[in-house]
Design a protein around this ligand. Structure first.
Ligand code: IPD
Ligand code: CA
Ligand code: CA
Ligand code: CA
Length: 274
């Protein structure tokens, strides 16, 4: 990919992330409808949909020949036919958006032939824009980011997604993460996977693990962690897909080995994602 194309993608991705974040903050102060998707713990608001449409319009106005994979849009169209694909989560952490009005983010990623090119995760409440361009390093606003140096399991501050709800119990993921939680210094759960992974890139967390995320949850943050010197794979240690549901682990390369060793020594098979 030409440097000028990459620069144009970066510019638009950052614009989309900021503009989407500002729109969600504005709408948060007004009444909005909240619906259940699959259950009372799986929410979608009118703001999620409006923000996603807003981002799609911005992308289509500039790059009409690019594909888009967004959480709130129908995925009927075959996005695989496009060389360049935008993967977007308009509000990552909808439950926080509704309840806390903080700790949510916008996630915008650009992939070219399956390879991560640009990632932007914007936390509008704190005005923190985490971003990375392939080969260009990772940044928080204008500050370069670097993952933490190696720590032992006992010294690590880890972060994970939900591990105690009914669904987690059904597929057996609660036990695996509980075992890990018993080993580390602390386990955190913010409620926005994209932000949690961006915090690994920023050195605010030593690692992030999740048994099940969607492509739009990790698409951008994965690029940011990698450009900050971290390693991101599935929890089995295999390559992360760019467009499918997957387990995810993200941390610095040395701590990664220790985490993998722990998971393997516990013979923890990561259950299927379906
Ligand atoms: C959710 C958040 C949450 C994670 C869930 C995701 P959403 O995304 O990232 O942290 O635990 O698995 O679905 O639905 O709020 O965009
Ligand atoms: Ca959702
Ligand atoms: Ca999400
Ligand atoms: Ca979302």
């Amino acid at each position: 990919m030409q440097a000028s194309t990459l620069a144009a993608l970066k510019e638009l991705a950052l614009q989309c992330a900021r503009s989407a974040g500002e729109l969600s903050l504005k709408r948060m102060k007004e009444p909005f409808t909240v619906e259940y998707k699959t259950s009372a713990s799986d929410l979608v608001t009118a703001v999620d949909k409006e923000v996603e449409n807003h981002v799609i319009k911005m992308i289509q106005a500039r790059f009409p020949d690019h594909g888009i994979l967004g959480e709130e849009s129908a995925h009927a169209e075959d996005y695989k036919q496009y060389d360049t694909l935008w993967i977007i989560d308009p509000i990552d952490g909808t439950t926080n958006f509704v309840h806390q009005q903080i700790n949510f983010s916008v996630s915008i990623a650009v992939y070219h032939k399956g390879e991560g090119m640009v990632g932007a995760v914007y936390d509008p409440s704190r005005d923190e824009l985490f971003y990375a361009v392939k080969g260009g390093g990772a940044f928080l606003n204008d500050r370069p980011l670097q993952v933490n140096r190696a720590v032992s399991l006992e010294q690590a501050l880890l972060c994970t997604s939900v591990f105690w709800n009914k669904r987690a119990e059904q597929i057996g993921i609660d036990l695996i993460v509980k075992k890990l939680a018993g080993k580390v210094r602390g386990m955190r759960l913010l409620g926005s996977a994209a932000l949690e992974m961006a915090y690994v890139a920023a050195g605010r967390l030593d690692g992030y693990v999740s048994m099940q995320l969607n492509a739009w949850d990790f698409g951008a943050a994965r690029i940011i962690v990698e450009e900050a010197g971290g390693r991101v794979t599935t929890m089995m240690g295999t390559a992360l897909p760019y467009d499918q549901k997957s387990s995810v682990m993200a941390c610095n390369p040395t701590f990664y080995e220790e985490l993998q060793h722990f998971l393997k020594s516990e013979q923890t098979d990561v259950p299927s994602q379906n």
